[in-house]
Ligand binder design. Sequence first.
Ligand SMILES: CC(C)(COP(=O)(O)OP(=O)(O)OC[C@H]1O[C@@H](n2cnc3c(N)ncnc32)[C@H](O)[C@@H]1OP(=O)(O)O)[C@@H](O)C(=O)NCCC(=O)NCCS
Length: 191
Amino acid sequence: MGIYVRPYEAKDYDRVRLICIATSDIRVRNETKRAFLLKMYCDYYIEAEPKNCFVAVDKDEESGDEKVVGYILCAADCESYAKNFIKNYIPKIKETGRLNSFSARSQVFLYSRYAAFFPAHLHIDVLPDYQRLGIGSMLTDTLLEHLRGMKVKGVMLVVGKKNVKGCSFYRKYGFSEVGRVGPGIVFGMDL
Ligand SMILES: CC(C)(COP(=O)(O)OP(=O)(O)OC[C@H]1O[C@@H](n2cnc3c(N)ncnc32)[C@H](O)[C@@H]1OP(=O)(O)O)[C@@H](O)C(=O)NCCC(=O)NCCS
C-alpha cells in the first residue's frame, strides 16, 4: 500500500461522494437521506471550491492501480460559502425536507458566527479500512499548508460530541475546542 495526498480532480467526483455516504454516522435509509447528506456535506465543496479539496490515494505498487480512500474538503472563505450555499444548495436541500433546510441554514449561521476568527471550515473522511494509519493527519497537513499559502487566518469544523474518533483526532492534531452547539463541538485552529 502506497498512500499519497494530491489535489482533488474532477475524476474523483463519484468516489468522493461515495466515501461521504460510506463514512456517515447518520443511517442512510433512502435516496432522500442520501441526497441531503451529499448536498449538505460534500457537493458544495467539490463543485464550488475544488481547489480547496484534497484526496488520499492508495496506489497498488505492482499494478499501478489507484483508488481514492479519503478526502478533506474545505470552504476557504465563509462569506462566499454562505452566499453560494444559500442561493444554490439550500433550495436543493429543501427538496429533501423542511427540517433539513432548517439544519442547513443553522449550519451556515454557525459557521458565520465564528468566521471572524476562522473564515475557513473543513470536512474530513477516511474509509474505515484506512483509518488510524496517519491518513487523516496527512490530509489535514496538506490543507493547512494550502490555507496558510492563501493567508487564511483560521479554520474550524463541527463534530458530533459522540464521535469519539473525530473528537480524539482533532484534539490530537492540535485543534482547540472553541464552542458547543446542541450535539456538536466546534473546534478551531489559528493558521
Ligand atoms: C476522524 C478521521 C478522519 C481520522 O482519520 P485517521 O486517518 O484515522 O487519522 P490519523 O490516523 O491521522 O490519526 C489518528 C488519531 O485519530 C484518533 N482516532 C482515529 N481513530 C480512532 C478510533 N477508532 N478511536 C479513537 N481515536 C481514534 C486518535 O487520536 C488517533 O491517534 P492514535 O492512533 O495515536 O491514538 C477518521 O477516523 C474518519 O474518517 N472517521 C469517520 C468519519 C468522521 O468521523 N469524520 C469526521 C467528522 S467531523
